[in-house]
Design a protein around this ligand. Sequence first.
Ligand code: NCD
Length: 359
Amino acid sequence: MTPVRKLVSVADMSRQWWDRLYAQCCDIIARPDTYAAACSGKLLASMFYEPSTRTNFSFQAAAQRLGAGVFGFSDPLGTSASKGETLADTIRMTASYSDTIVIRSPQEGAAAAAALYSEVPVINAGDGGHFHPTQTLTDLATIAQKRGNIDNLCIGICGDLKYGRTVHSLIEAMAMFKGIRFCLISPQELQLPEYILEQMKAQGQQYIESESLTDCMAELDILYMTRVQRERFHDAAQYRRLKDVYILTSKMLEGAKSDMQIMHPLPRYGEIAIDVDDDPRAVYFEQARYGMFIRMSLLLDFMHQPRLAPRPVTSALTQPTCGNPACITQSDFYLPKITSNLGIDRCGYCDKKFPILEF
Ligand code: NCD
C-alpha cells in the first residue's frame, strides 16, 4: 500500500488504509502506555484560522499523549497572515519547523492548497463548509466501537446538510462500506450541495430526502444530528428562520430502535435537548473521546513519514480560478488551476462548478 501522506479529503483514504488505522486505534485504546513515547521528538504544527474546541484540543492531546510537542495558533490575528502573507509562504515556513501540519480555515480548499507547498503531511481539520475528514475518522471509530462493524446501516443525517462539512465527508466515506442507506433530513434550503449529490449518484449510494425528523426514526441505526452553521450564512434572517427547525427531544425517541446511536460532531446549539443526554443511545460525548484516539493513530502514521520536497508549483495566474466566494482561490491568486476528479468542470480546491473558464 502506498503510504498516505495527506488527509485533505476522504479521497485520500481507502478501505484498507482505514482498517489498518482503526486496528492501530484499538490497540492505542487498549494499551495507551505503550504509545506514550511513540512520537517523542516530533512536532505538530497546529494552524487554526477558525474557532475550534474538540478538533483543536483533541489533536493537541493526541500529539502530547504520543510524546510529541505542539506549536501553533488558534487566532490568526497573532500571525503574519494578518500582515498579508500568502498561505503558501506560511505553509513552507511552518513545514520547515514541524513533522505534520493540521490546518482549519474558513476558506474551502485551504488544506488542499497547503498540501501543495508542504514537505510534511497536511491534515484538513475543516475547510469552510466543504470537508472535515478527521471528524469522519472520529465518526467511523465511534460506529465501529459501538456496533462492532460499519456495514448494513440506515443512517439519518439531520440539520444543515448544505454547510455541514462533517456531513459531506461522512457521506463520502460511507461509500467504502456495504449496505448503507441514508435518510437525509433537512429543510429545502439546507439540502446537500450539488457536488455531494452528484457524487452519491455516481457511487450508487442509496438515499431518500425528507423534511421530517420523525418519519424515518423507527428505521434508523444511527441518527447523526448537526448544528445549523450560522457562520456560513449570508442572510441573518434566513439563519434565524432555520436554526430551530429540528430539536431532538427524548419524547421523539420513543419509537426509535433500542440499539440506535445518536451522534453529533458538536458543538450543539439547541438541536439536541439536554434531556436526551441521559438516554443510553446518546453517544456524542464518547464520540469526542474516540476522536482523540483515532487522531493519535493518524499522527502516529503521519509524524514518521519522510520529509518530501513538494512538487514544484508555478503559476502565472493573477486572478481567481473559481467563482465560489468561499474558495481559497479567491484570495490566493497564485494557486495553480486544478480540476477535481468529479469532472473537468469543477474547481479542484472547493469542488464547485466553474462559472468562469477564461485561463
Ligand atoms: C464541527 C465543525 O467544526 O465542522 N465541529 C467539530 O469539528 N467537532 C461541527 C460544527 O461546528 O457544527
